[in-house]
Design a protein. Structure first.
Length: 365
């Protein structure tokens, strides 16, 4: 299975830059998720690799073959790139049965009838849709249609599998089930897979590597846990995680961080202080996840009033209002007793602090 390389890939429409000088390597057999908000360039990137969109400039290499090169005038058609594309809307032929939908592409590729039957039967069994072989798409549920679409995409043994928000039309429970199924299929086939989504849960649970994009540029590349534990800038920190990370503006004053309202003061760890050495007297942002606060007595703590409580079963989300009016979001176990209107003190897990440059918004520690 192939490695995919993008070199200085840019896509412009007039003055608008959809993808800006993108450089990326997708390893053989990897499951890579292109993640980001709507309009960030992730679908455009996917379509350029597949050959469905022509880059303005740059180079794309699949399995050692240059499929696009703006300088050399190379632009190999999608059909010759040997890639499979799984669409958001399934794109099944309504007048064809399940069997005919899966077999359609193979017939166009001039496969022999016995080869087609063998391949279709193999995929029907793999995706557990044998009983629907004679049905039409209108007679299938959303999940069943999705399985047929996957089977049709996999039928010609594509080198690369592209998936553009394929689960967005399914309900929450079915999406959870299909996430597991897609990971199993990827492992079974060893296909290089690229998956586009704006849903961080899909990205975090399915991918071996995430590429987070914003405004046509890559913000961070890495393993899922790295985005949560070591976000490289404030955009990444805010985009990944629910509830959204708390961001507290303040200054470094000697060996302390002091919030701009003066209500929060803490001493970072020795390791963090080394990173912050050049920031004495300068503005920074302190980021802390909602579950990394310490309830009750702490050496350095702050006081706030519980304003809103969201009960989520095994945990509760507290919206704690400071005297300055700023909200701090704190997650606690569901059995902890808190009431709206109560005043409480909270401390910080000093091993879980994220510091960002207030001007560049890049990570410091």
């Amino acid at each position: 299975m192939p490695e995919i390389i993008l070199k200085n890939v840019t896509k412009r429409w007039g003055k608008f830059v959809g993808v800006d000088n993108l450089n990326m390597v997708i390893k053989d057999r990897g499951f890579v998720t292109l993640l980001g908000p709507s309009g960030c360039g992730k679908t455009t990137t996917l379509r350029m690799i597949a050959g469905l969109e022509t880059p303005t400039s740059g180079q794309i290499i699949i399995d050692g073959v240059t499929v696009f090169d703006s300088e050399k005038g190379i632009n190999i058609s999608p059909a010759k790139r040997n890639v499979g594309f799984l669409f958001q809307n399934y794109a099944l032929w309504p007048h064809m049965t399940v069997y005919q939908n899966i077999a359609f592409g193979l017939e166009n590729l001039k496969w022999k009838k016995e080869q087609i039957k063998e391949r279709v039967d193999e995929l029907l069994k793999m995706l557990k849709i044998e009983e629907f072989v004679g049905r039409y798409p209108s007679e299938l549920s959303g999940g069943q249609q999705q399985r047929v679409a996957i089977a049709r995409t996999l039928a010609p043994n594509p080198k690369v599998l592209f998936m553009d928000e394929p689960l967005s039309n399914l309900d929450a429970k079915l999406r959870e089930h299909m996430r597991v199924e897609l990971v199993r299929i990827h492992k079974a086939l060893g296909t290089t897979s690229i998956y586009v989504t704006h849903d961080q849960v899909e990205a975090m649970t399915m991918a071996t590597k995430i590429v987070l994009m914003n405004d046509g540029k890559i913000q961070q590349v890495g393993k899922p846990y790295e985005f949560y534990e070591k976000p490289q800038n404030m955009f990444v920190a805010r985009f990944i995680g629910s509830p959204t990370i708390n961001m507290i503006k303040g200054k470094i004053d000697g060996k302390k961080f002091v919030s701009e309202d003066g209500l929060i003061s803490l001493t970072p760890s020795d390791e963090d202080l080394k990173s912050l050495a050049s920031y004495d007297g300068k503005d920074v942002y302190l980021g802390i996840r909602s579950e990394r606060f310490v309830s009750g007595e702490a050496e350095e703590c702050f006081e706030g009033t519980v304003d809103v409580i969201e009960v989520l079963g095994k945990e509760k989300t507290l919206f704690v209002k400071l005297k300055s009016g700023k909200d701090i979001v704190i997650t606690v176990p569901g059995y902890y007793a808190y009431e709206v209107g109560e005043k409480h003190t909270f401390g910080f897990d000093l091993d879980a602090l994220h510091f960002f440059d207030a001007e560049t918004e890049e990570r410091i520690n």
